[in-house]
Every structure is written in C-alpha cells, then in structure tokens.
Design a protein around this ligand. Structure first.
Ligand code: MF3
Ligand code: CO
Ligand code: CO
Length: 256
C-alpha cells in the first residue's frame, strides 16, 4: 500500500495473464483431489510441489511481517471465511465446502484466484450459497467498467447477495495486484454505485466476494490468520484477478 494506484503496461498485463493462467491451472490440478478423506495439508503439499514444478513461487508462504503465513495456499472450510491454514488434522468430509485460494508468482507477477468446492454432496441450501457467491463474483466483474467507479462493483454484489438472503463480509476486500501481492485500490464487495475511485484502463485488481449465510461479522482465531463467521454459519468465496481494458474487464485467472 501507499504507492497509489499503478496502471500496468501491455507488457505487464501479459505477465499478469501468464501468472493468472498458471493460478487457474493450479486450481484445475487440485480439483480432483478435493474429496472426503483428504487433509488440507495434503492439498497444500500437492499445490506447493506443482507450483515449483511450473517454475513459480507460492506468494502466501512467509507472507506478512509480524506473523508470516506458514503455508503455500489458503484452505477455508465451512465457517472459515478466508485464510484458513492447511493442517493435517483438517480432513474433509462429505457435505463440507472448502475454498482454496492460490497465488503463484511467475516471473515476478502474482496470479490470485480462489474457488469454493463442494465435498461430496452438501445439502441443497449449501450448494445454493456457493452458486450465489460465484454469481456475485461475475456480477462484480461485469460492473468493473472503465470510467465507472470502484463502488459500482460492491453495489452489484451486495444487492444480489442480500436479495438472496445472505450477507457480505466487510473486513476483507479485493485489492490491486501486480508485482506486489496486495496494493491499492481496495475493492469492497459492498457499497454504493457512483462512489469510490474511478476505474481506468491498466488497473489490475482482484474481486473476491465472501458471502455468509448469517451475519457478515468475522472473528479472527488465535493463529492470527484464520477468519471465521461470528455465528459459525457457512461462508463461501470466489476470486478472480482482472485487468481493466478500454473495452471492459478481462479476467487474468482463466484456464481453458
Ligand atoms: N490470496 C489471498 C487474497 O486473496 C491472500 C492470502 S494472504 C495469506 O488476497 F498470507 F494468507 F496467504
Ligand atoms: Co486476493
Ligand atoms: Co486470493
């Protein structure tokens, strides 16, 4: 933070596209491993090995000054909103949901993306939360138009999420991302149309709505990272890194 909003060149956006594609391919690689009986540590170790094999580095590992993040990916199960730490005791069971958030660094640039996966067959209302959350991400992306405002994004997400009876997490927001993991602008997933900074071509940032079944309030666990819902109801999340082009948003974190 503190450098203001940087506009990336065509050449830098090409590097973001490459890092973003790799991030998405990493999630594709992990997808068949997400099954009842797997531990979140096994997912972490598979992700770390794959990342190294592809000439990249895991940005989360060691991230943060006073309390460095200890693992390579974030694995947020059920009531965990974000930044769940992979652990061998965290074994997935039928009916769970898990968000896997990956950020490989390739040639200095970050690809930041996450998806929420269904483990086995969750209840229909759980699947509904996940579907609504995914749609929130795409509504947010559509609202990210050149000459619009950052508030347009949160407004689109919040309107839809709340109309479906869910709440939008306030304590964690999308962010500028480039050769720096987290930078300006901040991108709230709630807000007011027409408010906030102007969206301009060359801006690259994430949209990563966290949508809760109950209250939007979060609580931080004693590890200093794991954020859970205050009421321990479920939370889902999807994330893409997007670049603003003169023609609209382009998703960096797509695989074929
Ligand atoms: N990938 C997360 C995000 O979307 C950040 C994780 S920071 C970590 O911004 F240190 F917890 F990995
Ligand atoms: Co992010
Ligand atoms: Co992320």
């Amino acid at each position: 933070m503190g450098k203001g909003i940087v506009l990336l060149s065509k050449r830098e956006i090409e590097k973001m596209r490459n890092a973003g594609r790799l991030a998405s391919q990493l999630l594709d690689y992990l997808t068949p491993l997400v099954k009842p009986g797997v531990s979140t540590l096994e997912l972490n170790d598979a992700a770390e090995a794959w990342t190294q094999e592809h000439g990249a580095k895991s940005a989360p590992l060691g991230y943060g000054k006073s309390n460095p993040y200890p693992k390579s990916i974030c694995t947020s199960v059920n009531e965990v909103i974000c930044h769940g730490i992979p652990n061998k005791k965290d074994v997935l069971k039928n009916g769970d949901i898990i968000n896997i958030d990956v950020t490989p660094i390739l040639e200095g640039y970050h690809g930041d993306t996450s998806r929420t996966f269904l483990v086995g067959t969750p209840k229909p209302e759980v699947e509904h939360l996940v579907e609504v959350t995914k749609k929130c991400l795409y509504l947010g992306i559509e609202a990210a138009q050149p000459n619009g405002r950052i508030g347009d994004i949160g407004a689109a997400i919040q309107e839809y999420a709340e109309a479906e009876g869910y709440s939008v997490v306030r304590d964690f927001v999308g962010h500028g991302v480039s050769n720096i993991f987290h930078t300006e602008p901040q991108v709230p997933h709630y807000g007011t149309r027409g408010k906030g900074k102007k969206i301009r071509p060359g801006m690259v940032f994430t949209i990563e709505p966290m949508i809760n079944q109950g209250t939007y309030e979060a609580e931080l666990l004693k590890d200093g990272w794991t954020a859970v819902t205050k009421d321990r109801k479920l939370s889902a999340q999807f994330e893409h890194t997007i670049a603003i082009t003169p023609n609209g948003p382009e998703i960096m974190t797509l695989s074929e």
